[in-house]
Design a protein around this ligand. Structure first.
Ligand SMILES: *[C@@H]1O[C@H](CO)[C@@H](O)[C@H](O)[C@H]1NC(C)=O
Ligand SMILES: *[C@@H]1O[C@H](CO)[C@@H](O)[C@H](O)[C@H]1NC(C)=O
Ligand SMILES: *[C@@H]1O[C@H](CO)[C@@H](O)[C@H](O)[C@H]1NC(C)=O
Ligand SMILES: *[C@@H]1O[C@H](CO)[C@@H](O)[C@H](O)[C@H]1NC(C)=O
Ligand SMILES: *[C@@H]1O[C@H](CO)[C@@H](O)[C@H](O)[C@H]1NC(C)=O
Ligand SMILES: *[C@@H]1O[C@H](CO)[C@@H](O)[C@H](O)[C@H]1NC(C)=O
Length: 346
């Protein structure tokens, strides 16, 4: 009995701790190449190592973490299904770019920016097919003064550059501070395609990792033009109807990322960094409306509810964010794959 418990605890320590909740965005725009989301973490609900993941998609994700000693912005791309490695095309001057391993492998970048809870930032993912058969994924972070920072561009073996399975989540990869509430808002989501058509994403389906245990308390809902998500709450706040609809802003983001030139530099965002202007690529496209199903991995058991449609090709494993006590990254949940074994800590 004692031994069983010890094993269970050790499995627990290798994975996501407690429930994580996810928002799966609905959209009808075909062939998405640009994916924008705003994030505002709730003050005092940002314990170390939480991953507030704003811009998730089939082959990677982007978000912010209150790691110690530094807060960071993280952008990751998984290696191709056939094992072909992601290659680095650009690593911003303030970025730390490296590989990650475990069950999922790929490249990721940390930008150690001391973000502040209660302030709205944004993430933008842009894709482009530069070399036939490959897709370049660029991750950009928008500071509070609208100045953009180009974190990195990674090239992945993937014939079409469309972003699918768009989602956000909050999760706790650390066994420390397991019962401190983590809460954030994700708002004003927009997508755009290569011919410049855009769509505001106002509808999202709520999902959570499962099974739940008695101590799991999470919630989600709508705050005007944003969605909120929390985990490890003092109590549950689970909407009856898990299809959430936020108010539209009708305010498209600054796709060209020109805010950098007009923005005032604050002490927190003094970098003048590589940035890019948007270019329109003339891709032709494939229709692939998507609403990816996914499965998440939690504790040693896995199972997640799933909305979902077909997902043709499996995508990469999700890497979990770094722990405050370790620099290792591990695969964690994953939107479109059946099931992963618990990640290992080293
Ligand atoms: C980040 O900012 C907070 C609040 O201003 C400050 O207390 C903290 O020391 C800063 N952290 C780093 C690593 O600079
Ligand atoms: C944390 O930030 C400081 C100041 O920018 C930097 O010198 C240090 O290397 C960073 N630590 C880690 C682990 O990234
Ligand atoms: C947090 O979790 C620890 C370990 O399970 C427990 O001892 C403690 O009472 C919990 N604190 C709260 C506020 O629930
Ligand atoms: C972008 O979306 C519009 C509107 O749905 C569509 O007509 C157009 O074909 C799409 N562009 C591409 C490149 O797929
Ligand atoms: C849930 O909300 C969505 C969006 O408002 C709506 O279309 C749907 O009918 C609702 N479902 C139920 C069972 O109320
Ligand atoms: C999406 O792109 C493919 C080419 O990759 C194209 O055949 C298809 O028509 C595009 N879809 C739309 C709706 O434009």
């Amino acid at each position: 009995m004692k031994l069983t418990l010890a094993i269970a605890v050790s499995l627990l320590a290798t994975s996501v701790h407690g429930v994580a909740d996810h928002l799966w965005y609905r959209y009808s725009l075909p062939n998405i190449t640009d994916w924008y989301n705003e994030i505002k973490v709730h003050p005092d609900m940002e314990p170390t190592s939480t991953y507030f993941m704003s811009n998730g998609f089939g082959n990677g994700y982007f978000g912010i973490q209150p790691n110690a000693p530094n807060k960071t912005v993280l952008f990751s791309i998984w290696d191709a299904d056939d094992g072909t490695k992601v290659t680095n095309q650009y690593c911003g001057p303030k970025s730390i770019c490296s590989t990650f391993g475990g069950e999922g492998t790929g490249l990721h970048v940390n930008y150690n920016f001391n973000w502040t809870a209660g302030v709205t930032y944004a993430g933008l993912i842009k894709t482009k097919s530069v070399v036939p058969g490959y897709t370049d994924f660029s991750g950009y972070f928008m500071h509070e003064n609208k100045e953009w920072y180009h974190m990195a561009t990674y090239r992945r073996k993937q014939p079409t550059p469309w972003l699918t399975g768009l989602y956000s989540f909050v999760e706790n990869p650390s066994s420390v501070t397991i019962n401190i509430t983590r809460r954030t808002n994700f708002g004003n989501q927009w997508v755009r395609n290569a011919t410049g058509h855009s769509e505001e994403l106002t509808v999202a389906g709520l999902d959570h990792t499962s099974p739940l245990v008695a101590s799991d308390r999470y919630g989600a809902g709508v705050d005007k033009t944003s969605f909120y998500l929390f985990i490890n709450g003092p109590s549950n706040d689970i909407p009856k109807n898990t299809t959430l609809v936020r108010q539209a802003t009708h305010q498209e983001p600054d796709w060209s990322m020109q805010g950098k030139t007009g923005g005032k530099t604050t002490k927190k965002s003094t970098k003048k960094t590589g940035h890019k202007t948007t270019k329109k690529s003339k891709k032709t496209t494939i229709k692939k409306s998507s609403k990816a199903g996914h499965e998440s991995h939690r504790k040693s058991t896995i199972r997640s509810s799933h909305h979902s449609k077909v997902v043709k090709k499996s995508h990469k494993k999700h890497e979990e964010p770094a722990q405050h006590h370790s620099d290792k990254h591990h695969p964690g949940k994953h939107p479109q794959k059946k099931h992963e074994k618990p990640a290992k800590h080293h």
